[in-house]
Design a protein around this ligand. Structure first.
Ligand code: GSH
Length: 228
């Protein structure tokens, strides 16, 4: 990445929406610096930046520009940078990219990432409780259903939304990477999805995410291995 670091990304390592934004910024060659922010223990002034109290927030302090909501943030950089368009093609192709990005941001997050984060991160780091094994089993079962759908997509298309790498791939990979960090992804029986994820995971934009650790939560050994 080139240029001065004018953008700040407020996030914590296991926030999937921040991961989507960081992947997009890296792909587009937009440099940024990280500001650690935990929604459950917000820093002073964070609620002024985002009254909803959620991460990610992207900010250019000198210009007093603040961006909130990962999709709005990705669309902003799509509109303001020329490099690596990620919502591309005809209007119908762009609608398909947005449909899939929303599917992973909303359904995959609700079914898989959010319950895993609650059981394995929030309970451990914030609530000091043990995870509920029933909730974990249910999240992993639903993960298989989502991976089945990715298998089907990769059977019929080069990338998730079609012939081109797009925001849909990064939205999906961002959610899966958090679920994988938390031990919720079992690739058995999902060769198509696994092959697609290995390719995404080996992109330079992914590297900083794979080496970052969430305090108090060790990643499984395969997590950062681009061949695993
Ligand atoms: N639609 C938002 C969702 C952001 C979101 O849910 N962030 C989570 C962390 S991964 C959060 O901050 N949750 C705490 C809260 O909403 O209070 C986006 O895409 O940015």
């Amino acid at each position: 990445m080139t240029g001065p670091k004018m953008w700040q990304v407020y996030c914590f390592p296991l926030c999937p929406f921040s991961r989507k934004v960081r992947l997009v910024l890296s792909e587009k060659g937009v440099s940024y610096e990280l500001r650690r922010e935990y929604p459950w223990s917000p820093s002073e002034g964070f609620h002024q930046l985002n009254p909803a109290g959620a991460t990610p927030v992207v900010r250019w302090e000198e210009k007093n520009q603040t961006l909130v909501d990962s999709q709005a943030i990705c669309e902003f950089f799509e509109e303001t940078t020329e490099k690596s368009p990620l919502i591309l093609g005809t209007a119908i192709a762009r609608a398909e990219i947005r449909r899939l990005a929303a599917l992973f941001d909303q359904s995959f997050f609700r079914d898989v990432t959010a319950p895993l984060m609650h059981e394995k991160m929030t309970k451990r780091v914030v609530l000091r409780q043990s995870p509920d094994s029933g909730q974990l089993r249910s999240a992993m079962r639903l993960a298989h259903e989502h991976l089945d759908y990715i298998d089907w997509l990769t059977d019929t298309r080069r990338w998730l939304a079609g012939a081109q790498l797009s925001l849909a791939d990064f939205a999906a990979a961002a959610q899966i990477s958090v679920a994988d960090y938390l031990g919720g992804i079992d690739w058995n029986g999902h060769e198509g999805a696994h092959g697609w994820y290995r390719v995404i995971k080996s992109r330079p934009s992914f590297r900083p995410l794979l080496t970052e650790k969430m305090e108090g939560i060790p990643a499984p050994s395969h997590y950062a291995d681009v061949n695993a």
